[in-house]
Design a protein around this ligand. Structure first.
Ligand code: GCW
Length: 651
């Protein structure tokens, strides 16, 4: 599946009925590079949809604009927003150069999906819509589940036709930034900001830019030591500050389209300002000053916690770490710094509360970090459509005192840890492409529904067959809930195999050092995070703190995240906690079987290769779901000695 062979994913245009006469010609006004891209893309789409090659006219040439055509107008003052209007057979798409590109893709999408409402004006909900790739220079990908990197191989930067195909996919759904290397910057990756690599990076950034995308890099905070030959990386040291300034002058003159840098500092062994007794703000601001002359951004990650916890230490709570470290620094970051916050306080579990840090930053720019690489949600071997979860997070109210206080109101954009690799279908599982597409669409337009996004993606990928749309949409929309049921219960998380994070190992993390304990014994399970316990609930603004701290008002799907409870505790359903665990696991595995049934109904309706690829993964998912069911249920049965009321087979 690997290499230069790649699919066109949701952009494989096909013959389409009812495309208007305007598809016969394209008239461009404006000279922006993205406008040209838009015209080329429209031409290819119309060709495939109508079987005829449209005539294209450029420049100020007025010919053609008064008969049916698509008129692309670049407005000097326009940004990434666009307007689209169909009048007297002329389809006008206008906006800034990037806006016109988004408008062109919107037009293609409407035609492919059979949406005839052509009059609309849209601007992106947020300025930053990024992918973070965890690609290493040797070509491997940390938490990569879809083949090797297509950015790096053998410590070289790869630029080829796939680079453009990738940028095209991103632009089509509204993504405008991509950080291409792993946030764990080591070895050769520290040298990406040297002349050894800058030439190739410039080529890549120019290709990206044709599609409205800025290239970003992840940075080694200790670069003054690792590549600069200095004796320190202390952010307040004058020689260090001067080194970064010179370095950034060199980097931005070689790669002028560079957007900036993502930094993982003082986290999981990465160097950072702490080593020098300096704060995150001092570290970030030093870099921000160095990139400011070039319009660069510093994206500073908040995934900072003590990853060497002793299980006997019940005072330290990893969930508290981001807020403890960053809330007190609110207001002390430069304005070209964004704090990038993982959606939950732990690490991309299938269910976590929303990070309380979103409610604490009133004077600091921030980004929401999510993960579409399904590290903890089936690793692109299970279907797990994550857009419903992202919707919940965006609409979560922080109660930060503002009138509009949802996460969506607080953030300046979204970043997703990417799920792409050099597999032919880009994402390993064909259906995982819905997460890539969906992330982009949702980041561009926070108001879209997960269901509508799924519908679009299916129509673009598989066509508009009614059953195809109905069944795949059902599969996607139910997949997250199913995964949650057959894995770890009630928000407890971390019952996966340590290291790989695939498959069940209920006590694996219990005997590890990462601070991710569920503390199950024969009587009770869960972590008391109320004021009587670790006090994590107090990091939420009222009334959330009280809601979570009370087991009666705490949302049930998060019950064991916040509370330690006996297995005989009665849930709202009237079931005991232990019976709920048994039932959920049987139900979840049943739902994995249902996915196969729904897919099999589509035999003959989707292309045979894709049909078989997906079927194979669905079979693996079912096997894995049954393993989860059996391992988790037996674990709790043996711990509690309370049998399943329904007498089902437990091991
Ligand atoms: O969840 C953890 C992953 C690490 C990752 C880290 C992070 C890039 O298991 O592989 O490192 O998160 O987000 O920095």
């Amino acid at each position: 599946m690997e290499g230069l062979e790649y699919s066109r994913a949701w952009l494989a245009y096909r013959k389409t009925e009812g495309v208007g006469d305007f598809a016969g010609s394209i008239v461009c006004r404006g000279g922006g590079v993205q406008l040209k891209t838009a015209a080329t893309e429209l031409k290819a789409a119309f060709e495939a949809m109508t079987g005829r090659t449209p005539e294209t006219m450029e420049g100020e040439d007025e010919r053609g604009a008064d008969r049916p055509c698509v008129l692309l107008i670049e407005e000097a003052s326009g940004g990434e927003g666009y307007r689209m209007e169909l009048k007297d057979g002329v389809m006008t798409v206008s906006g800034g150069s990037c806006g016109v590109l988004y408008g062109a893709f919107a037009l293609i999408r409407k035609l492919a999906c059979g949406d005839t409402d052509f009059n609309e004006a849209k601007a992106p909900s947020k300025p930053l819509r990024m992918l973070n790739h965890w690609d290493n220079l040797d070509g491997s990908i940390e938490r990569g589940y879809s083949g090797a990197s297509f950015f790096f191989r053998d410590n070289k930067v790869v630029v080829n036709e796939r680079t453009e195909a990738y940028a095209r996919l991103l632009a089509s759904c509204g993504i405008n930034g991509a950080a291409i290397n792993n946030v764990n910057v080591k070895g050769a990756a520290s040298r990406l900001i040297t002349s050894e690599y800058l030439g190739r990076l410039r080529e890549m950034s120019e290709i990206f830019w044709r599609w409205g995308i800025r290239l970003y890099l992840s940075l080694d905070f200790a670069a003054p030591l690792s590549i600069g030959g200095l004796g320190t990386a202390d952010p307040l040291d004058e020689a260090v500050r001067a080194w970064w300034k010179d370095k950034m002058a060199e980097v931005f003159s070689a790669v002028p389209r560079l957007g900036g840098f993502v930094v993982k500092a003082d986290s999981e062994g990465r160097p950072g300002p702490f080593s020098y007794g300096r704060s995150h703000a001092e570290g970030a601001n030093m870099l921000a000053e160095a990139v400011r002359p070039y319009g660069g951004l510093i994206i500073w990650r908040c995934f900072v916690y003590n990853c060497r916890q002793d299980w006997r230490d019940t005072k330290t709570d990893r969930a508290r770490a981001a807020c403890d470290s960053f809330a007190p620094l609110d207001g002390s970051f430069a304005d070209n710094v964004y704090l990038q916050i993982k959606n939950g306080p732990m690490d991309f579990q299938v269910r976590e509360p929303v990070s309380p840090l979103f409610g604490k930053l009133r004077r600091t720019k921030c980004l929401l970090e999510v993960q579409i690489a399904q590290e903890y949600t089936g690793q692109q071997r299970h279907v797990c459509y994550l857009i419903p979860q992202f919707k919940e997070i965006l609409s979560f109210r922080t109660f930060n005192g503002s009138e509009r206080d949802a996460v969506a109101d607080v953030i300046g954009g979204m970043a997703a840890v990417s799920n792409t690799g050099s597999d032919c279908n880009w994402t390993g599982h064909d259906l995982a492409a819905a997460n890539l597409y969906g992330f982009g669409r949702l980041a561009f337009d926070n108001a879209l529904s997960a269901e509508d996004i799924a519908g679009e993606w299916i129509a673009l990928t598989y066509g508009r067959g009614e059953k195809v749309i109905r069944n795949i949409r059902k599969m996607l929309m139910n997949s997250h809930a199913a995964y949650e049921k057959y894995t770890a219960p009630l928000g407890i998380g971390w019952m996966c195999a340590p290291g790989t994070h695939y498959g069940p190992s209920p006590e694996g993390y219990e005997y590890d050092r990462w601070g991710t304990y569920h503390r199950a014994d024969h009587l009770a399970i869960g972590v008391d995070r109320t004021p009587a316990g670790t006090g994590y609930t107090e990091q939420y603004n009222p009334p959330l703190n009280a809601i979570y701290a009370d087991r009666e008002t705490c949302p049930e799907e998060l019950l064991l995240f916040f509370h330690r409870l006996p297995y005989t505790y009665r849930l709202k359903s009237g079931k005991t906690l232990i019976q709920h665990i048994y039932d959920a696991h049987f139900e979840g595995a049943g739902e994995a079987a249902e996915l196969i049934r729904l897919w099999k109904e589509l035999e003959g309706e989707v292309e045979p290769g894709a049909y078989l690829r997906v079927l194979e993964r669905l079979n693996e998912q079912l096997q894995s779901a049954e393993e989860w069911r059996d391992v988790i249920n037996s674990y709790f049965w043996r711990k509690t000695m309370i049998p399943d009321e329904k007498g089902r087979k437990l091991y």
